[in-house]
Design a protein around this ligand. Structure first.
Ligand code: NIG
Ligand code: FE
Length: 401
């Protein structure tokens, strides 16, 4: 099946020109891939296609990529939100046995069908804004069986919806109550689960929450070593609430990304630059936890560390289901430019997942694209609470509207 899309304002995000913009552009979808991208006036003559779409001057971008979510869980933390508004701290609630542990209890009590129904509804909400690739972490099961169950639910989301899912094993998210006072034993258990998860095809990457309410750098290193032994790439919840030196450690393991990064040090930035590690910024968590310390965006920019953006959807620190809102927040709160924000949710998000075949509009890339009710790509970061997504192609197939 060949589809020709004509008369679009293309933001290809390919190359170094602003937005990779092509005015009055065209592209040809051939099967699951882009065959040709360029100016409409330069379309090769005699091209035979099965279908033609006139974009009428509308904006077309790569499909959006949400590269950090915790989509599989049951229950909510609305009561905890109220407590925090009355002055309780996120870390204090976690230390008192609430926080992630509360979600773990609700998740363990939910059936596979319930978990799938909740996760797929969340995925659909993200897809409605043009998300074509989604990362989903485990981390609310915290036993071998429960973590595998959550990863299997994440895989099933990709089987049943027109969407790509990359799974990340986050057994080292919090210490489950069964292991109270025995964090090192729990880390040994997490490492022991990984080979079976990998053998079952459930895991694309491995993550750890390295912080005072998470795990120490030494414990993080043990999980990373287990991942490396299996040839799995790593990423890290790093320097969210404090500077643990997590970014330097993750970079030493060639991490795909370090995520959050409000407390990132100059040494962390330098290590990430050398390792080619993406800085994955999560403005939803910054906003919802009412953080005041900003990630060092200017220093990351100067160092040339690619910045990505994601929703970090989870019930405790970012119950957000809008990647477009994260573009807006990244600009207003973190001072990214609208172009940096869109690159952060496309080409740099792809890099944060280790995917080179998507995130730009170029010949040979996957045909994941969005047609927007907008004329210029900066509009995507400008409005909020508004969804201009009109048509989506995932792997060359248009999603039902
Ligand atoms: O990315 N920081 C750790 N994990 C999540 C929050 C998890 C939760 O509060 O349920 C995050 O912010
Ligand atoms: Fe997270």
């Amino acid at each position: 099946m060949r589809t020709l899309l004509r008369h679009a304002e293309l933001a290809t995000l390919s190359g170094a020109t602003p937005w990779g913009a092509i005015a009055d552009g065209a592209l040809m979808i051939d099967g699951a891939q882009l065959r040709w991208v360029g100016r409409d006036a330069e379309l090769p003559t005699g091209t035979v296609v099965d279908a033609e779409v006139d974009a009428g001057g509308a904006l077309v971008t790569p499909g959006l990529i949400d590269a950090h979510t915790h989509l599989v869980y049951a229950g909510d933390r609305a009561a905890e939100f109220e407590l925090r508004l009355q002055g309780a701290g996120y870390a204090d609630i976690a230390r008192a046995g609430g926080g992630i542990r509360a979600t773990v209890a609700a998740t363990r009590a939910a059936s596979d069908a319930e978990l799938f129904s909740l996760a797929s509804a969340r995925a659909r909400a993200l897809m409605a804004e043009g998300v074509t690739t989604l990362e989903i972490k485990s981390g609310y099961g915290l036993t071998g069986h429960e973590e595998a169950r959550c990863l299997a639910v994440a895989r099933r989301v990709a089987h049943e919806l027109p969407l790509d899912v990359r799974t990340t094993s986050l057994g080292a998210h919090a210490l489950p109550p069964e292991f109270d006072g025995r964090a090192d034993d729990y880390i040994a258990a997490v490492c022991a689960w990984l080979p079976a998860q990998a053998a079952a095809g459930l895991v694309d990457a491995v993550d750890v929450f390295c912080d005072t309410i998470g795990f120490t750098p030494a414990q993080t290193r043990r999980v990373f070593e287990a991942a490396r032994a299996l040839g799995l790439p790593v990423k890290l919840h790093a320097e969210q609430l404090s500077d643990q030196g997590g970014a330097v450690l993750a970079a030493a393991f060639g991490a795909l990304s370090c995520d959050h990064l409000e407390h990132l040090s100059a040494a962390g930035i330098a290590a990430m630059r050398r390792a080619g590690t993406v800085a994955l910024l999560l403005p939803g968590a910054f906003y919802f936890l009412r953080e005041t310390r900003l990630p060092p965006v200017e220093a990351l920019r100067e160092a040339g560390v690619p910045m990505a953006l994601a929703t970090d959807h989870n019930p405790g620190s970012s119950p957000a289901l809008s990647l477009l809102l994260m573009l807006n927040m990244a600009c207003t709160l973190f001072r990214l430019t609208p172009e940096e924000a869109l690159r952060g949710a496309t080409v740099h998000a792809a890099q944060a997942l280790g995917l080179a075949d998507r995130g730009t509009l170029a010949a040979g890339q996957r045909a994941d694209l969005v047609l927007w009710d907008a004329a210029h790509p900066r509009e995507l970061a400008y409005r909020f609470g508004h969804n201009p997504c009109r048509r989506v192609w995932h792997a060359g197939v248009e999603r039902p509207r």
